[in-house]
Design a protein around this ligand. Structure first.
Ligand code: ATP
Ligand code: MG
Length: 260
């Protein structure tokens, strides 16, 4: 019986040397929702993400993915859980020396026994769902625009049909127009593929546009969490200050979403 709380962290701590980077994280991501983790540089956002996808082990605590605690797992079991995640990295992280087809097909080569023409078909299906056609297959990443690279990186993350997609700073380095397009892409992907999204971002505007739940991470602790409206209107002074300093007109975004 799948749990609605697809990702649950209980008292998670992570220490590098004598620096405790995450200090008792409690969080819950609900299935088919978008959770955004916001916070300043060095707050521990990327570390948190790497713990969730089990690329890194916590110093202590529990990390439940679909109800299974990954913390005590051995390598074999953890590899199985890792396949529940599609990762979209900052700057898309495509391999520059191979074309789009080979980039997107990469997870299929690693994890399936599909033949080349079957892989090509699956790649085209995903690219098509994201608004790209076969004219991009032979292109190299350097020949793509920033927005197209994001789509290609997302297609690759979706290749094995993971239930959870995690994005690390998907809009950093993009202009406001492309940022809006990537926000739309994250939301469309969630709806179309029925995935749960976890988005790490500096970008308050993105967070307010797409999050069901926003989590503010402040120097390794969760300062506050709730809907974006909760962050803007709740009693967390840290949240209000973070929003104020971003200079983003969050009230306008909330109005546009229809729940000011
Ligand atoms: N492998 C590591 N070894 C030692 N320290 C690390 C390691 N990874 C992260 N840190 C430290 O942990 C802290 C949090 O880093 P992290 O990358 O998680 O922050 P962040 O919130 O993602 O920052 P940014 O917004 O700049 O990406 C930083 O002080 C960083 O130096
Ligand atoms: Mg980071």
């Amino acid at each position: 019986m799948p749990t609605d709380d697809i990702v649950v962290l209980k008292d998670v701590r992570k220490r590098f040397g004598d620096h405790e980077v995450l200090r008792g994280i409690e969080m819950v991501c609900r299935r088919n929702e978008t959770t955004c983790v916001v916070g300043g540089s060095g707050a521990g956002k990327t570390t948190l993400l790497r713990l969730i996808v089990a690329l890194e082990r916590p110093t202590s605590g529990q990390i439940l993915i679909d109800g299974e605690d990954t913390v005590p797992m051995g390598e074999r079991e953890i590899n199985r859980v890792r396949q529940k995640f599609g990762m979209v990295y900052q700057y898309a992280a495509l391999l520059d020396s191979i074309n789009v087809l080979d980039n997107v097909a990469f997870p299929l080569v690693e994890h399936t026994r599909l033949r080349a023409h079957e892989r090509r078909e699956k790649v085209l299906e995903k690219l098509g769902a994201l608004g790209l056609d076969d004219s991009v297959l032979r292109k190299f990443p350097s020949e793509l625009s920033g927005g197209m690279r994001k789509r290609v990186g997302l297609a690759r993350a979706l290749m094995l049909d993971p239930p959870i997609i995690v994005y690390d700073e998907p809009t950093s380095g993009l202009d406001p127009l492309t940022t809006g397009a990537v926000d739309d892409l994250i939301e469309e992907t969630r709806q179309r593929f029925g995935v749960t999204s976890i988005v790490i971002t500096h970008d308050i505007a993105s967070c307010f546009r797409i999050a069901h739940q926003a989590i503010l991470l402040d120097r390794g602790v969760i300062a506050t969490h709730g809907t974006p409206a909760d962050l803007a209107h709740g009693d967390s002074e840290v949240a209000r200050e973070f929003i104020r300093r971003s200079g983003v007109d969050v009230e306008a975004i909330l109005r546009a979403r229809g729940h000011a």
